[in-house]
Design a binder for this molecule. Sequence first.
Ligand SMILES: [Zn+2]
Length: 379
Amino acid sequence: MKKIYSMKQDYYDILGISKGASADEIKKAYRKMALKYHPDKNPDDKDAEDKFKKAAEAYEVLSNPEKKSRYDQFGHQAFEGAGGFGGGGMNMDDIFSQFGDIFGGAFGGGGFSGFGGGFGGGQRRAKGSNLRIKITLTLEEIANGVEKKLKVKRKIQASGTTYKTCTTCNGMGQVTRVTNTILGRMQTSSPCPSCGGMGQTIDQKPADADAQGLIISEETVSVKIPAGVVDGMQLKVTGKGNDAPANGIPGDLLVAIQEEEHPTLKREGDNLHYDLYISLPDAVLGTSKDIDTVTGKVRIKIESGVQSGKILRLKGKGIPSINGYGRGDLLVHVNVWTPKTLSKQQREFFENMKDDEHFDPKPESSDKSFFEKVKDMFS
Ligand SMILES: [Zn+2]
């Protein structure tokens, strides 16, 4: 007779790891699968949900040294019989309450993202999920710091929602499960699946509230952006994510910084670069030019006889260090623009000068090569 349990997929295969995988590799593999098949990312996708559950079940066993060694020895048979994972596997509440923190706040909108500090008796306070928002800042805003008012849609506690003691766990927040295994009876405690460990369930809620008694509210959140932030950086506004039910701890609002490209200034760390093009006559005779900076235009003097490739350093005209250690510089790269076409008269002028020794290049030690200048810039 063919045994039913042989139909079940191997836990190592589910997570895509080898039998010899370390605890860290198992965790990493699970995190990867869980993020890939997370219900927030795959709404109404039954197949993804199945894979999500299977991965959680595999991780539940393989992350527990005792269960892992039983599984390694006996395979799925180790958990057959009363209770365990028999056929149904883990439910979503189990997964989130046990492994919610593996997502590290990677998802919003899904209600509970984990649990905050507990208060006795196994009861826990739910934590609302984090919200994520991207904002694009100009280089000027980054250089000077800015306060932004962000419109955020967050879930808040609907007024009129009331709670009652959870009947599954009698308010304890935990359930104890006795499982018969071939190695004897096992007693395990886990957060209550009915109330998610809070010890309370919703008694009454307004019709427009969701299953957790929350409604969406649009709010304006003021965020102070410090000077010197970097593209990709994430700022946290504590408590401005989704509310949690039953007076739980609200999640956080995570603000991801994007830097808008500046038309003339290029950022490199805290330094800025500006390409200045001057004409041949200006290079020969000297001139003054207006340069863009993050605090407005400044006029700089170009000495007569300036060489193309010269870098002028405007100290402190760059971006302030996010750590508060001073400010970067603005490096102005001088480019002498050579005309591509000439009038007859101009052509005659340059042809007359062609053999004039005065125009022969005579680099001085102060006219450093490009590579020496770059070396100087970073020293
Ligand atoms: Zn309960």
